[in-house]
Design a protein around this ligand. Sequence first.
Ligand code: COA
Length: 260
Amino acid sequence: MSFTQTLVEDHGAVRRITLNRPDKLNALNREAIAELMRAFDDAAADARVRAVVLTGAGPKAFVAGADIGEMNTLGPVAGREFSLHGQRLMTRIERLGKPVIAMINGFALGGGFELAMACHLRIAADTAKIGQPEIGLGLIPGFGATQRLQRLCGRAAALELCLLGANIDAARAQQLGLVTRVVPAAELDAETMKLAAQLAAAAPLALRGTLDAVLIGGEMPLDAALDYESQQFALLFSTDDMKEGTSAFLARGKAEFHGR
Ligand code: COA
């Protein structure tokens, strides 16, 4: 698969996808969004891939937002298309069915943090800066932040971030529950890949069940969501991996999961 703005590499069962526009702080233009969509489609379809790491190239930025130069030229119809294009990518990542880690190595602003919020775990360098600065552009977030932010950190913090548009540092983002872990910048890569390797060794169908129960069940009324959880739980009793995991525990051995 050929890309101009995206790098894709495999480290064992971990696929690493890097947005590669460092001269523009990895800003998301339409082409970059389309490439990421293809890269994630490919990761979903490839059974060898069991976890994904998403990051941005260069020392400064994860992704500094949607491409402001491109947005500057749009009218309302194209603006809506741009928003839907971005939202489709975020939903694709969120519903990948495999765990995705955002490795936040610098600025994660606007569409950049929306991209990180679509991932399932967010690990940030202690130097990272996070925010929704769209208000300063006369805009609101258009790739999902008005909804995902309040689900992650509550309505008060979501409103503060979007109304004031100020960046926060990684420690504050962790306090708000927006990032899972903060590590020294020099250790970010190794820590993220360690976490990804741990996920890649876990039972893929149980990971999938967890993602579905939390993400799909989380949008249902409680009774229906609990019933859905039970169904996901029951389904796993049909898998070799469940027999492997429980038998290995009883034999005090180490389970090897194969996604069956
Ligand atoms: N869209 C398009 N280009 C962007 C961009 C974006 N969101 N963010 C950064 N860039 C470009 C800059 O225009 C500059 O390009 P140039 O060298 O061709 O002029 C390059 O990336 C480097 O950015 P620069 O602003 O010079 O770096 P800095 O270290 O001074 O500032 C930021 C870094 C992140 C504070 C600043 O780039 C910024 O505020 N970016 C926009 C953030 C934003 O509003 N995002 C939300 C968009 S919805």
